[in-house]
Design a binder for this molecule. Sequence first.
Ligand SMILES: *Cc1c(COP(=O)(O)O)cnc(C)c1O
Length: 221
Amino acid sequence: MNSADCFKLIRSKVPDGVKIVAVSKTKPAAMIEELYMKTGHTIFGENKARELESKRNNLTKDINWHFLGHLQSNKIKYIASFVELIHSVDSFRLLQEINKEAVKCNRVIPCLLQLYIAKEDTKFGFSIDEVNQMLDDKVFQELSNISLHGVMGMATFTPDVTQIRSEFHTLFNYFNALRTRNFSYDPLFCEISMGMTDDYLLAIEEGSTMVRIGSGIFGGR
Ligand SMILES: *Cc1c(COP(=O)(O)O)cnc(C)c1O
């Protein structure tokens, strides 16, 4: 099956209210263009700032670009002027740097907080305590050019479905706790980015609002 057919099949299994981020990292711009032309899909995700910048420069401005990998502070400048959502804010310092670059571009950058839910220690992210500490900090409250739209998480890389489900459930609970306690049900704080090619249906059952699908659409990397 080509990417457009793979996308359509996945789209048919994903409820209307759940967004799909087509993760096009390492894939050529031509594949992105083809998927866009054949399906009208506009949300694409990348995990390298320079690669994202170059694809954006070579493709239609109708595409909404999401960033979803570990972001180094010195690379924010390449994407700050246009990125629609940064899924992977994993430290207070990074959020402050994103705010700085956003000020320079005179825009507000929507961000998700990446929360640590996996049992592996290779994954980046905040603990829920670190998030609460940050949200209470005056310095955070003065960041005028970032807007928090929700949370993101990655489950442990394991075939153990029970464990993956429980990690997604944990993220859902964190989201609800933050929404209640810190965001007073702000309608902008509404996204739970969880689920990839191998676990997106499970993630949706556990409350995902945004799934990030790469190999399931574009093939292996
Ligand atoms: C690569 C990547 C994905 C997509 O992974 P697939 O298994 O190919 O669907 C999703 N999220 C993040 C953060 C990624 O880096």
